[in-house]
Design a protein around this ligand. Structure first.
Ligand code: PAZ
Length: 306
């Protein structure tokens, strides 16, 4: 049965997803569905105001690049205008400032600016991007609202289910926890002349259960758990894996998310991944290394996966 939000997806998007999956099914490629960036919660059908969150898609876009390095094809379901693989390092470049300086070597300076921010080889980046495009290893599709996110998640999961254990789902998006259901939303702009605005937000329905049991039951499924109170992290991660019976939860604390995560697997194993001065890489590289090994074992039907 189709999801109640499936009407929000265009035929063009559905076809792109279907063709991408079909191509990789024929080639027996591992495919990872990555969700990335934050969903919005509109307050009106004709939306003037909406609720947003902090996520800009660093985790998802960086992870996509490392999955591609491991020869996975990436279906990148992301918030429109959030960070995207291969482009993410140029997001904050102030091009105008460089051009206004009348700088004859603007492009060179541009790359220097970034190289000082993050250590990377520009030629290598271009080459990796070109290679990924030539091999059809990346498909970008975007959402803005939590409803569009649901529709894309549902459709994409059902599409990759045909790949069975070659499919990996990596849910890094920061999905709204509270929303105004479509049937409770006013059609037009809320009027400030009406006085105080009191919002009655409902909990967003959780999708992981359906994803696991109906949409793509054979895929290796990784969810993220974000907390601000470190004492809650492991307990909540354990509860989530007990409830949904998926393969892995990655726990992160808001402030430390770029240098420390806890990976909890369904067999109870906990791996603490952290960066220190000796490790000259991004944390996503270590996460993806770990997950690709686990996915490989899962595909081989190692006993711990039943
Ligand atoms: O997008 P970003 O890199 O700024 O943040 C990543 C993150 C913290 C949103 C992600 O690692 C995460 O935990 N996602 C799930 C959030 C949740 O519990 O809904």
């Amino acid at each position: 049965m189709e999801h109640e939000y499936s009407g929000l997806l265009s035929q063009e998007t559905k076809e792109k997803i279907d063709n991408f999956v079909k191509f990789h099914k024929q080639n027996n490629t591992n495919v990872v569905l990555i969700t990335s960036g934050g969903t919005t919660v509109p307050l009106e059908h004709n939306t003037v105001r909406f609720i947003d969150n902090f996520s800009i898609g660093t985790r998802g876009s960086a992870s996509a690049e490392y999955f591609i390095q491991k020869s996975y094809a990436v279906l990148f379901v992301h918030r429109r205008r959030s960070l995207r693989p291969f482009e993410r390092k140029f997001h904050n470049v102030n091009l105008l400032k460089l051009i206004n300086k009348n700088e004859p070597n603007a492009p060179t300076e541009l790359f220097k600016v970034n190289q000082s921010l993050i250590n990377f080889n520009f030629d290598q980046l271009l080459e990796s991007h070109q290679d990924a495009v030539e091999k059809n290893l990346i498909l970008n599709v975007d959402f803005i609202t939590v409803f569009e996110y649901f529709a894309l998640l549902d459709y994409s999961c059902r599409a990759i289910s045909s790949l069975e254990k070659n499919a990996l789902v990596y849910l890094a998006a920061a999905v709204s926890d509270f929303y105004v259901p479509l049937n409770e939303m006013p059609e037009h702009k809320i009027q400030s002349s009406d006085g105080n605005l009191v919002l009655d937000l409902k909990p967003v329905p959780k999708m992981v259960g359906k994803l696991r049991s109906e949409w793509c039951p054979k895929a290796y499924v990784v969810t993220f758990k974000l907390e601000t109170d470190p004492s809650l992290l492991l307990t909540k991660a354990k509860k989530s894996i007990e409830k949904y019976q998926h393969n892995c939860v990655i726990g992160n604390i808001l402030e430390q998310r770029k240098n420390n995560v806890l990976i909890l697997e369904s067999n109870g194993k906990v791996t603490d991944i952290y960066l220190n001065e000796e490790k000259h890489c991004e944390i996503e590289e270590m996460i993806i290394d770990h997950l690709c090994t686990e996915h490989f074992l899962y595909k081989k039907n190692q006993p711990s996966y039943g």
